[in-house]
Design a protein around this ligand. Structure first.
Ligand code: AGP
Length: 634
């Protein structure tokens, strides 16, 4: 949540910061701001300038065109409001009582109320409703202390003041700080919210995420938790929480070059839906090559000896990632025979089940930065480490799209879903990539644990290899069809999504997509539950979308759909075309495939359906209201 971008160097930084923030806007887009320091003639000091605006970054960009600000040092922020409404007053950067220090922050300062009370006796009152504003004031007070003691290197004073203040802060955050009396210093810090430093030519950057560095530099250094860094035009100084100087080699950016290229698509989301056949093909080439006759060809990051030990699996995830995990849990239990539970990461943190022996914990997060998921994984690690029994060891696996994320750094074994960067806030191709990873794990567990015959495993592998081509055909067909029928649903207020078995999570995902981007209320249910309550909602104004795939529960879903039709609901089907599908008022026809692989296909019409309704309504599909691509707050 919230994007930070800062620059120190020899160029005018305002346009660079706007450019950097543009690539971070997916993190939050309810307001934006920037601050620069313009050096005075003697170059020793400078003057602080700020510009802020409500709404998307374009408003800030226009404001800066009207009222430019200069300087070779600056910090910017794009906000997703946590404390205080999204307005100009609450937008970052926040400035201290002297008007000389500016701070941008991502995360939450949990003890800000106590800290703000401590400022009152000093005559400092807060202007904004944010948790952030206490930080510049506290830094301002610390700087006064250092100046009183006769310190003279202002860059070092700023660094020391920030270090002192960090020890007062509770919560998770990353931040960047500038001071007009230190025009050659940018101080950054991180505690459980991402921040990277970019190494340019004669200039340095800080950013919440690596894609923001594309076009500026490929060399970057992720800050570790509790680290603080001083950036100057000449280099960086990095310190750990105890103030000990750290030395680490930077890394090189990989694979983010395609960032922000919408090609000819109207929205990133549509482009990303269209990229799914490629996502699937890349995954198959990488993990399930067709020249391999071996059923063990899924390349796993976990060793055979670990797999042998594992008796059960628990999966921690949020939102769409949790839906992918639910498809995974179905496969792992029903195909591979491994008992598997999926938890809302946000709930697991506060009500974990009793610790079970020989358990694999899987964290699923496309961004690898979701605060709830990371915290749940850390908590699980801590409680297992505290039990001195090898049977209760922490066996861990991460599934993510971002190998440079906190999740990938903190977890030893990671499956890279390799979907390529996803910009649309509504996840599509990364959902497919996550599901594919679970198919791989299922093949792996099923073969190692000998729960399925060689033929059954080969059948599943072969069915997976057909998916890219089937996706391609499906997207072409249903893009047009969804567009044609979208106008019939623009005034709809509620939609019920039904699925069963392996397609129940797809019903949840379809409902989530519709809610997220078209703001239509939608609920996913296991089809058999309809009669236990939700059926009371049905009439001609509440359409029902049923996912009916031939297999274990086909007839059951069809019967549940009939029950809805009998209550006048308009029926939309995601099913193979045939006599049974005639009951549907609108049919998203899918190919006849094995039920096992069907979620990889049934989700596509639902993505397109939501997309076209939202696009038809003229909504901002890629940046829906109130949402952000990365949720780094609890
Ligand atoms: C997906 O469309 C959503 N934007 C959201 O539910 C998302 O899946 C969730 O916040 C988890 O994100 P993660 O995969 O990055 O952890």
């Amino acid at each position: 949540m919230c994007g930070i971008f800062g620059v120190i160097g020899s160029r005018e930084v305002s346009p660079l910061i706007i450019d950097g923030l543009r690539k971070l806007e997916y993190r939050g887009y309810d307001s934006a701001g920037l601050a620069t320091i313009q050096k005075s003639n003697n170059k020793k000091f400078g003057e602080l300038f700020t510009r802020k605006s409500k709404g998307k970054l374009i408003n800030l960009s226009n404001l800066i065109k009207e009222k430019p600000i200069q300087g070779h040092l600056g910090i910017g922020h794009t906000r997703w409001a946590t404390h205080g409404k999204p307005n100009e007053k609450n937008a970052h950067p926040h400035v201290d009582f002297t008007g000389q220090i500016a701070v941008v922050q991502n995360g939450i300062i949990e003890n800000y109320r106590d800290l703000s009370k401590s400022l009152q006796p000093k005559g400092i009152t807060l202007i904004s409703e944010t948790d952030t504003e206490v930080v510049p004031h506290l830094i301002g007070l610390e700087i006064e202390n250092f100046l009183d003691k006769g310190h003279s290197d202002n860059g070092q004073i700023l660094l020391s003041a920030v270090q002192k203040v960090l020890s007062l802060l509770e919560g998770t955050y990353s931040l960047a700080v500038i001071w007009s009396k230190a025009p050659d210093a940018l101080v950054v810090a991180r505690r459980q919210a991402p921040l990277v430093i970019g190494f340019g030519e004669g200039e340095f950057f800080c950013a919440s995420d690596t894609p923001a560095l594309v076009g500026f530099t490929r060399t970057f250094l992720p800050l570790k938790d509790h680290e603080v860094a001083l950036l100057t035009p000449l280099g960086i100084e990095l310190y750990d929480a105890s103030g000990t100087r750290q030395h680490r080699a930077p890394s090189l950016l990989k694979g983010t070059e395609l960032f922000a290229d919408k090609r000819n698509f109207r929205h990133f989301m549509l482009k990303e839906i269209y990229e799914q056949p490629e996502t699937a093909q890349l995954w198959i080439d990488r993990y399930l090559p067709s020249d391999s006759s071996s059923v063990n060809s899924f390349i796993s990051p976990i060793t055979k000896s670990t797999i042998d030990k594992i008796e059960q699996i628990q999966i921690l995830a949020c939102g769409t990632s949790r839906h992918a995990a639910m498809v995974g849990a179905y496969l792992l239990e029903q195909f591979a025979g491994v008992p598997t539970n999926v938890h809302f990461a946000s709930e697991f943190r506060y009500s974990p089940p009793p610790v079970s022996p020989n358990t694999l914990t899987i964290g699923v997060s496309q961004s690898g930065e979701t605060a709830d998921t990371l915290a749940a994984i850390r908590m699980e690690k801590d409680r297992r480490d505290s039990i001195n029994d090898p049977n209760f060891s922490f066996h861990q696996l991460g599934i993510t799209n971002r190998l440079d994320s906190s999740l990938a750094r903190e977890i030893d074994n990671v499956i890279d879903i390799g979907s390529g960067i996803e910009i649309g806030v509504a996840a599509t191709k990364t959902f497919l990539g996550q599901m594919l990873s679970f198919y791989g794990l299922t093949l792996l567990f099923a073969s190692h644990k000998q729960k399925r015959s060689t033929q059954e495993i080969l059948n599943l592998s072969n069915d997976l290899r057909l998916i890219p081509k089937q996706l391609l055909d499906l997207i072409k067909k249903h893009d047009e069809f969804s567009k044609e029928i979208a106008h019939m649903f623009v005034d709809t207020k509620d939609v019920i999504f039904l699925g069963r078995g392996i397609n129940y999570p797809i019903a949840l995902e379809g409902a989530l997509k519709l809610k997220e981007i078209s703001y239509i209320h939608a609920q996913g249910y296991p089809a058999g539950e309809l009669k236990h309550g939700p059926i009371a909602l049905l009439d001609q104004n509440v359409p029902v979308l049923s996912i009916a795939v031939p297999g274990l529960v086909y007839e059951k879903v069809l019967s549940n759909s009939q029950e809805a039709k009998a209550r006048d609901a308009r029926l939309i089907g995601v099913a193979p075309s045939g006599p049974e599908s005639e009951m549907f008022d609108h049919l998203f026809a899918i190919p006849q495939v094995s039920e096992w692989v069907s979620p990889l296909l049934t989700v596509v019409p639902l993505q397109l359906f939501s997309y076209h309704i939202a696009a038809h309504k003229g909504f901002d599909v890629d940046q829906p209201r109130n949402l952000a691509k990365i949720v780094t707050v609890e």
